[in-house]
Design a protein around this ligand. Structure first.
Ligand SMILES: [Zn+2]
Length: 303
């Protein structure tokens, strides 16, 4: 069976337009394109009449208006939030204020671990620290409406509080930023952790959904094959980091340009954090050693 990871970059939808995707699902894409958000955040509306909105997105008035326009004449009972990145959760407050819906889903922001002494979280600006759910959802918790039910699947890794949501009526999973068809998920400590991410991929391999609707870009088709390829891709990246250490590289600064050739400079911090996420996992597994706790500026070598 093929382990090749191929990406679907053919996704063009006008921001703000509401598109029906299936009997139960509609999608509105926010106008926040970028190197990490692809064509923008996908917000999903589930059900008819009494509906839920999944990941209302960034706090952009035009996007909030587009969502409210799409559900005009309907009742929004729940706003589900997958994780507290600023491109996913902040608009929940505006939707709640306009509709009275409950904010449910992931917990308030939390990191996978404390920052090491002397570290700053270079991506701190990406976290929505104001997210306060009316109700947290843990593994298996569900909310429902007429003809639909959304169940939480805990999938830490991209972020410590990350949830996917299963819609059993259509055998689909809203995979948010855990599994996307256009790119590999970003895993950056301290909010994310590679060991969690790999365990969360394994967890999805035991499930029966036949299609994923991600937080950015088009659907993940044949998700079992895709998830397997994603895990394989991560193991290959781990192998190339081990190879660089074997070749004498000692720092993240030295490793990044060797394994990300032709990297978009806008993604250099993300790449450094991603290598750090792998090193942290390798140290925990005893394959790599460093002085003290792993840090972004530390020196690493093979154990
Ligand atoms: Zn995210």
């Amino acid at each position: 069976m093929s382990n090749a990871l191929t990406f679907d970059l053919d996704f063009r939808v006008p921001p703000g337009a509401c598109v029906a995707l299936s009997p139960l699902i509609r999608r509105v894409v926010a106008d926040n394109p970028g190197p990490i958000t692809f064509t923008g955040t996908c917000s999903y509306i589930v059900g008819h009449g009494r509906v839920a909105i999944i990941d209302p997105g960034p706090d952009l008035p035009a996007h909030v208006d587009a969502l409210l326009q799409a559900v005009k004449g309907e009742t929004v009972t729940h706003v589900l939030v997958s994780h507290t990145h600023r491109d996913h959760s902040p608009a929940a407050r505006a939707i709640k204020a306009a509709t009275g819906a409950l904010i449910v889903g992931c917990s308030a922001h939390r990191s996978a671990r404390p920052l090491a002494v002397g570290e700053t979280n270079v991506l701190e600006a990406s976290a929505d620290l104001e997210h306060r759910p009316d109700m947290e959802m843990r593994e298996g918790d569900a909310v429902d409406g007429p003809g639909w039910r959304l169940e939480a699947v805990e999938t830490p890794g991209h972020m410590a509080n990350h949830l996917c949501f299963a819609l059993p009526e259509e055998r689909v999973l809203f995979s948010a930023d855990h599994v996307m068809a256009w790119a590999t998920s970003f895993v950056g400590p301290p909010d994310g952790a590679m060991s969690d991410f790999m365990a969360s991929l394994d967890k999805l391999r035991g499930r029966e959904e036949t299609l994923y609707w991600p937080g950015h870009g088009g659907p993940v088709r044949d998700p079992q094959r895709f998830v397997r390829a994603l895990a394989h891709h991560r193991r290959q990246r781990e192998a190339s980091i081990l190879n660089r250490l074997a070749a004498g590289d000692r720092t993240i600064e030295a490793i990044v340009p060797m394994i990300y050739q032709g990297l978009n400079p806008a993604l250099s911090k993300a790449a450094a954090l991603s290598v750090f996420a792998h090193l942290e996992d390798l140290v925990a597994r005893g394959l790599v050693v460093t002085e003290g706790p792993p840090t972004l500026t530390g020196e690493y070598r093979l154990a």
